[in-house]
Ligand binder design. Structure first.
Ligand code: GMT
Length: 374
């Protein structure tokens, strides 16, 4: 098949999933054309079946806000027309779904089936904002197929956007090879001093991630257990969190690494992963932690219960329940045998339930359905 994939290139789950999917499809022999305004961080173009097309957004003095969605639609038309794409798969509804639907209209009668994958904040935070609600609904209703990364996000889409249509759940996935490659790597241990445990958090440091709760949990844990915290990623809350660490006097035990493309290199060897988000449609970083044998302590929100098994591979608590999260962390860190059981179950479940081949096959079945229907 000839597949167009449009996504955000920045560090963030939807771009990562789209990129990994593009590379996996190309490795299986599909011809994949990735469309974005910058090369996605994990995209490796060393595959003759994989191509990247950059969306250029010209500035003009009249535009206070350059119309990216139109430039994107124009690029989709160009790529679909000249590469003879069988379909366009967009990741993140705003504005990608609407741009793809517009491209499909422009191309008619040449068909361009549109598959839209919803990732989370495109529904729970952005898509249901009155400024975007109607166009997001339109893009979802007009897509030939819609998928969500969790059952929780499927329900949220139906309820919050009041759309009445079929939606397939296709979860996020991991490439086992990425995680096998680092199994004997020192990983997070490189930051540990003698006898210390390592806690890790990875995110884009947006308010929804509640990174301050990560620091609060860590401050309680390190009073009981010698440990260090790796904060991986970057974003709007970072400066505030750094300030908080200074006030709490924990700077010497907290490392801000900034963005890292290969997160498995800091996850392997870690003792716990913290994800106390306000909302999380799936929690790809939590899955990556589980694949590295790292138990997860997170909030019971959105799709996280579909990824983390409470009492088996981690623990889930209500948003803001910092004490419960810290108590659970201490309990697990102080019981090496139980921790080992969690670590083993974490890896097993990640590989059994979210392995790349099976998930890519599910996307391909969606593609075949819309391509045939057209
Ligand atoms: O987490 C973010 O703010 C970024 C966002 C994205 O689109 O990049 O992540 C969402 O998509 C990821 C991939 O499907 C999911 O793993 C995240 O849970 C989801 N984030 C939220 O729902 C907050």
């Amino acid at each position: 098949m000839k597949i167009g994939i449009s996504c955000y290139p920045s560090y963030g789950g939807s771009g990562v999933v789209a990129t990994e999917l593009a590379m996996a499809l190309a490795a299986r022999g599909d011809e994949v054309h990735v469309i974005s305004y910058a090369p996605p961080s994990r995209l490796s173009l060393c595959d003759p079946h994989l191509f990247y097309h950059e969306v250029l957004v010209p500035h003009y003095p009249l535009f206070e806000y350059p119309p990216y969605s139109l430039a994107l639609a124009t690029k989709m038309v160009e790529v679909a027309r000249f590469q003879r794409l069988d379909l366009m798969h967009v990741h993140y509804a705003v504005p990608n779904a609407v741009s793809a639907v517009l491209a499909r209209q422009i191309l008619a009668p040449q068909p361009l089936p549109v598959v839209t994958t919803l990732h989370g904040t495109d529904i729970t935070l952005v898509g249901n904002d009155p400024s975007y609600l109607e166009t997001t609904r339109f893009g979802i209703l007009q897509s030939d197929a819609v998928t969500t990364v969790s059952e929780a996000l499927r329900r949220a889409t139906l309820e919050q956007l009041a759309v009445d249509r079929s939606i397939d759940v296709v979860p996020n996935f991991i490439d086992p090879a990425r995680f096998e490659a680092v199994q004997n790597h020192p990983g997070a241990r490189r930051w540990a001093h003698e006898g210390e445990k390592i806690l890790v958090h990875i995110s884009n440091f947006r308010p929804v991630k509640r990174v301050e709760d990560v620091v609060r949990v860590f401050s309680r844990v390190h009073r009981r257990v010698p440990c260090r915290l790796l904060l991986v990623g970057d974003g709007p809350e970072r400066a505030r969190v750094e300030q908080m660490c200074r006030e709490l006097g924990t700077c010497d035990r907290i490392v801000f690494t900034g963005n890292l493309p290969a997160v498995e290199e800091v996850l392997v060897g870690a003792d716990l992963f913290l994800l106390p988000s306000e909302t999380e449609s799936f929690g790809l970083a939590a899955l990556e932690a589980l694949a590295c044998r790292v138990p997860v302590i997170a909030t019971r929100v959105g799709g996280l219960p579909e990824v983390v098994s409470h009492g088996e591979t981690g623990f889930l608590y209500p948003v803001g329940d910092v004490d419960a999260m810290a108590d659970a962390a201490i309990e697990l860190l102080e019981d090496p045998q139980r921790h080992e059981g969690f670590a083993e179950a974490a890896r097993r479940q990640a590989l059994d339930r979210f392995t790349q081949d099976a998930v890519v096959e599910r996307y391909r079945r969606v593609y075949e359905r819309v391509a045939i229907r057209r």
